[in-house]
Design a binder for this molecule. Structure first.
Ligand code: SF4
Length: 325
């Protein structure tokens, strides 16, 4: 059941990176002013092309990165500037399920050992208690008999098995907030459904708030209660999943929907094809950042950035055309 109290709230969050290219400094505006909320038991699908800033936003929300500006609240507490020592106790409640499980484990350390450390560090269990909890968790995620897996190293698992271990690692600490960053995109199609099911079971049992990051709107439709569509560091449309699919408004959302070949029961109300590719986030266009690619762009679009406004209850859109009705 979805409750009213947000587990996670982000207010006008931005994250800029300074990078050097050919001896010149440039600023990459990976996230550029995003506000969102996720409640207990709710899944927010964060959707966009690669380069839209969704993974960076996920890391800012988990305070892996400190935001350049804006605020992050976890269970009502401002965690924006908390030092690591005060963040540590909260980290058990905020976990990530990674895209590539192989990259998220040290290849030299047996997975049982890797999962023991956080439990011991957080003072949740002794080493013996941790071993017992991990074996139970291996069973719960479908790795049986669990003793067989405890001392294996990451390369001795298939991708699907290791993603189960990554989920076990995240869920051992019973988090209230989970950021799942493309958790099935590196896996074989045949095992994706079982990984999604596993995540769903944990969410229901622990009433978790989940942010599900994906480039795939069809997948977002399957797993999300609400969807936020990101483009070049901004949310351009946000709303309940049914509303986004039955009444999409933003040209970028329409373009993403047009590009989905797999939804046979669904036809977008208007087919939209964008010009070119998503630009370099160090060269954000002025005005509406979609304007160089948008087939509906006007002069105003190149001058003024459209605000994100509510067009129906819970449904927000950032586009001058929509503003004018
Ligand atoms: Fe296209 Fe203009 Fe709307 Fe941006 S504001 S999405 S350029 S019509």
């Amino acid at each position: 059941m979805v409750t009213r109290e947000p587990v996670l709230k982000a207010e006008e969050v931005a994250k800029y990176f300074e990078v050097k290219a050919y001896g010149r400094k440039k600023v990459v505006k990976a996230v550029d002013g995003v506000s969102l909320e996720v409640r207990e038991g709710e899944t927010l699908g964060l959707v966009g092309e690669s380069g839209s800033g969704k993974s960076t936003l996920g890391r800012v929300i988990l305070r892996v990165y400190r935001p350049t500006r804006g605020k992050v609240f976890f269970k009502g507490r401002d965690i924006t500037d908390l030092p690591e020592s005060r963040l540590r106790p909260l980290r058990r409640e905020m976990q990530m399920v990674p895209q590539d499980p192989y990259a998220s484990f040290n290849p030299l350390i047996p997975v049982g050992e890797a999962l023991t450390e956080p439990l011991v560090i957080h003072g949740v269990a002794t080493r013996e208690e941790a071993r017992e909890a991990i074996l139970k968790m291996f069973e719960r995620v479908g790795l049986t008999p669990p003793e067989e897996y405890f001392n294996r190293r990451p390369h001795q698992f298939s991708g699907g098995q290791l993603q189960r271990i990554a989920i076990a690692r995240a869920m051992l600490l019973q988090p209230k907030l989970v950021v799942a960053d493309e958790p099935t995109s590196s896996l074989d199609v045949s095992i994706r459904a079982s990984i999604l099911q596993l995540l769903k079971e944990f969410q229901e049992r622990l009433k978790q708030a989940v942010i599900f990051i994906t480039h795939d709107l069809a997948l977002a439709k399957l797993v999300s209660d609400r969807i936020a569509v990101m483009y070049l560091g901004k949310v351009v449309e946000e709303g309940p999943t049914n509303e986004i699919f039955s009444n999409p408004q933003h040209p970028y959302t329409l373009a993403l929907l047009t590009a989905i070949p797999t939804l046979d029961d669904y036809e977008p109300p208007k087919k939209v094809v964008l010009r070119g590719e998503i630009p370099d986030p160090s060269k954000v266009p002025p005005g509406c950042r979609l304007h160089p690619r948008c087939p509906f762009a006007t002069d105003e679009c190149g001058r003024e950035e459209p605000p994100l406004i509510e067009v129906r209850p819970g449904h927000k859109v950032a586009c001058h055309l929509i503003r004018k009705g």
